[in-house]
Ligand binder design. Sequence first.
Ligand code: GDP
Ligand code: MG
Length: 457
Amino acid sequence: MVLEKLGSALKKGITKISNAIFIDKKLIDEIIKELQRALIEADVNVELVFQLSQKIKKLALDEKIKGIDKKEQLIKLIHDEIENLLGKGKELKLQKNTKILFLGLYGSGKTTTISKLGFYYSKRGRKVALLGLDTQRPAAMDQLEQMAKKAKVPVFIDKKEKSPEKIIKKYKKELDKYDLILVDTAGRDGLNKELTKEIKSIEKEIKPDYRILVMPADIGQAAKTQAQEFQKALNIDGVIITRMDGTAKAGGALTACAETNSPVFFIGVGEKVHEIETFDPSSFISRLLGMGDLNALLEKVKSATTEKQQKRIESRLKKGKFTLLDLYSQLESMNQLGSMDKILGMVPGLGNATKKIPKAQLEKQEQKMKHWKYAINSMTEQEIENPDILEKQTPRISRIAKGSGTTTSEIRELLKQYKLLKEMLGMQNQIASSDGKIDQKMLQKMAKKFRGKGFKL
Ligand code: GDP
Ligand code: MG
């Protein structure tokens, strides 16, 4: 399928974000790298790719947006930006006796597209006729005739007449009986004076409702210059991109059209008469992602974490079950920069006990947290859920250290802190539940005790 690599990079990135415990620089760099590779492979302009990367980075590193909000906003940003990059689709508004003029260089796919559209619209109940005005190439009329036959639509041609205007005049009356008239014109190697003059003169005679430029996707980013030239000279309403099948450059052609604000009416996806599709970036992306719409996706992200997770932590604490993941969900909801004193501050009654902590020490602690994040990301689900299994398992700890670029002693310390915190939270829970109130003095005593035990703050 067209742009499938871009689709899979997009899907991977979005899944990574929605599944991540932490949205950190390492993860974002990874996602950006994959997207960049896919976009550039799809021939998207490097400058546009760079701009997209910057936007993602800026949002990812914005410390004001936290936790689940950040996840949602990132996914939406990536989705929307790619959608914008691909540009806008547009529908043809057909009235009675709508005339569409198709322009384009040699071999761009005009004749094929016209037959496809004849087929497309006649299937949808329109009374369609094709009009052949390519008097340049000797076989052009024959080609249109044959293709019209395949599409089962009437065709008006003149194999001898060399003046397009005269052909128009000849069939004018008859053409008035049709709903939709698709007009095939001659191309050239480039948009030269001769072609411009010819089109303008045809235009004057036909008075088309739409002027559509046909471009093949394999011209890639060159579609930008071509669209601009045709816009300037002939005031086109939009484009149809052909040969979207089997070219790696489809992304280049689409994004180039978006850059020049040229709406895409249709895309051609094969040589056969039915191989044409409307182009709607948002459903196109949904299809690429193999998911429903964005809202459904965001809903999924939301339900995976946030309140549910908070509730889970609470109930786990009540049961005395507290995993590494719980610890880190708490940290994450404070945008990862949460220092230990904030965690302790969340424990009712402990806030005061932990007020005066030197800044340098906090920073050191935060640095440590970062490493712990990497370590947790390298653990299996079982290990995260039940860290006790790591306790005497040197090979497991070494594996995690290796996988996360941390040291075994850092991991041991994480386990130790986890254990202490769990114990402390468990005790706090007990204290709170004995008579429903929290004994402040008791807690302070407890905090002291834990600090003495090596809970470094
Ligand atoms: P024209 O000179 O602009 O009229 O271009 P043609 O309609 O004659 O098409 C040129 C070539 O492109 C032909 O070989 C077509 O079969 C081919 N072509 C047109 N559209 C598509 C498409 O969407 N996919 C593929 N694979 N080939 C196409
Ligand atoms: Mg042709």
